[in-house]
Design a protein around this ligand. Structure first.
Ligand SMILES: *Cc1c(COP(=O)(O)O)cnc(C)c1O
Length: 340
C-alpha cells in the first residue's frame, strides 16, 4: 500500500501548519471587507481567490476530475518546484529523469539541492526500463519526472504506466503538449495510481504563456500537500480570469489547435526538400525536432534573417527545434532555410 508518510514526504512538510490568509478565513463575496488590509479604492485592489475555485470548477468539468484533485500553480514550473520541495530532503534525496528532456527538472533539482539522475532515452527516444529498474531500490530516490510528449524530441513516451507501477516513490508526468497529441492524458489514471502526478499548462495549446498558469492532477492527499506549501495567492486575479476566459472559448481553442496541427504537417512536408535537413523526427507536439548538417551554423544564419529557432545541438547532436508558427511565419522559415 502506498502511504504518504514520512518515508515519502518530507517530515517538516507533513508537520507544517500552513499560513491562513484573510480569504481562507472568510470567503463570501457579500459584505464590508475590512480584514485583509487592502486598499478600498481601485479595480485590482482585492486579493484573488487563493484556491481558484471558479477556475477549478470549470477545469473539473472539462477534465472530468473533482476540484479536490486539481492544483493550480504559477506555471507548471511552480508545480515542478513544489514537487521537489514537498518530497525531497535537500542535500539527501534524489530524483530521476530522462535525457534528452526538459531543462527545468535539472534547474529545479539544483535549486532544491537534490541530486538528479539522468537516464538516456534509447535511439527511438523511448525509456529503457531495464536501465531505470537499476535505480529504483535506492531509498533516497523520491521522484521520477517524465515528459510526454517529450520536449525537445516531440514524441509520446510508451508504457509510462509501468513507472508508477514499479516505483514506490512519486511519478510526475509532464503533459505540457498533450493537447496536440492523439494520445490520452494520464489524468484518468490518478485514481489507479496514488503516487502519480500529472502536470499540464495553459502556456502551449491554450495560448496563455504570458499568464503563467499551470495545473497538477493527483490524489486529494497529494493536492493538499501542494496547497500547504504554495504561496497564499499564487495565481493572480488577472491570470485566473484569463484562464477562465480561455476555457470558456473551447471552440476557439480547437480551431487554433487544428490550424497549428495542419501547419505542422505542411512544415514536415516542406522540410523534406531542404538541402541542409538530414532528418525530421515525428512529433506529437507543436514543434518539430530536425537534424541538420550543422545546427550551430543553421541557427546563426537564421538569426541573421530574424528567424529564431532553438538550437538543441548540445542535447541531440546537430538538432534544431522548430515551433510551429502562423502560416506566414512558417513560410518565412521555409524560405530562409531553403536559401542556406
Ligand atoms: C513549456 C513547457 C512547460 C510549461 O511551463 P509553464 O511554466 O507552465 O509555462 C512545462 N513542461 C514542459 C516540458 C514544457 O516544454
Amino acid at each position: 500500500m502506498f502511504e504518504l508518510d514520512d518515508k515519502i514526504v518530507r517530515k517538516n512538510i507533513l508537520d507544517l501548519k500552513p499560513y491562513s490568509s484573510a480569504r481562507d478565513e472568510f470567503s463570501g463575496d457579500d459584505g464590508v471587507f475590512l480584514d485583509a488590509n487592502e486598499n478600498p479604492f481601485g479595480k485590482l485592489n482585492r486579493y484573488p481567490d487563493p484556491h481558484q475555485r471558479e477556475l477549478k470548477k470549470k477545469l473539473s468539468k472539462i477534465k472530468s476530475v473533482p476540484s479536490e484533485n486539481i492544483f493550480i500553480g504559477n506555471g507548471s514550473d511552480e508545480v515542478i518546484d513544489l514537487t521537489f520541495r514537498i518530497f525531497c530532503n535537500p542535500g539527501k534525496d534524489k530524483a530521476l529523469t530522462f535525457s534528452p528532456g526538459y531543462g527545468m527538472y535539472e534547474v529545479s533539482a539544483q535549486v532544491n539541492d537534490v541530486g538528479l539522475i539522468k537516464v538516456p532515452l534509447n535511439n527511438s527516444f523511448q525509456i529503457d526500463f531495464e536501465v531505470v529498474e537499476k535505480y529504483l531500490n535506492d531509498k533516497a530516490l523520491k521522484l521520477i519526472f517524465v515528459c510526454s510528449p517529450n520536449n525537445p524530441t516531440g514524441n509520446i513516451i510508451d508504457n509510462i504506466e509501468l513507472l508508477p507501477k514499479i516505483f514506490k516513490g512519486i511519478v510526475v508526468i509532464d503533459e505540457a503538449y498533450i493537447d496536440f497529441s492523439k494520445a490520452d492524458s494520464f489524468i484518468i489514471k490518478i485514481k489507479e495510481f496514488p503516487n502519480l502526478i500529472v502536470s499540464q499548462t495553459f502556456s502551449k495549446a491554450w495560448g496563455l504563456a504570458a499568464s503563467r498558469v499551470g495545473t497538477a492532477y493527483a490524489s486529494a492527499k497529494i493536492i493538499s500537500l501542494f496547497n500547504k506549501v504554495k504561496h497564499p495567492y499564487n495565481v493572480s486575479g488577472l491570470n485566473q480570469r484569463a484562464a477562465l476566459k480561455a476555457l470558456e472559448n473551447y471552440f476557439g481553442f480547437e480551431k487554433r489547435k487544428s490550424i497549428i496541427l495542419k501547419q505542422k504537417s505542411w512544415l514536415e512536408k516542406q522540410l523534406q526538400s531542404i538541402p541542409v535537413v538530414k532528418k525530421i523526427y515525428p512529433s506529437d507536439a507543436n514543434f518539430i525536432l530536425v537534424e541538420v548538417t550543422d545546427a550551430d551554423n543553421v541557427y546563426s544564419e537564421l538569426v541573421n534573417k530574424k528567424v529564431i529557432i532553438r538550437n538543441r545541438n548540445h542535447l541531440v547532436k546537430n538538432c534544431i527545434r522548430i515551433t510551429v508558427g502562423t502560416p506566414d511565419e512558417n513560410k518565412k522559415l521555409i524560405k530562409e532555410l531553403s536559401e542556406l
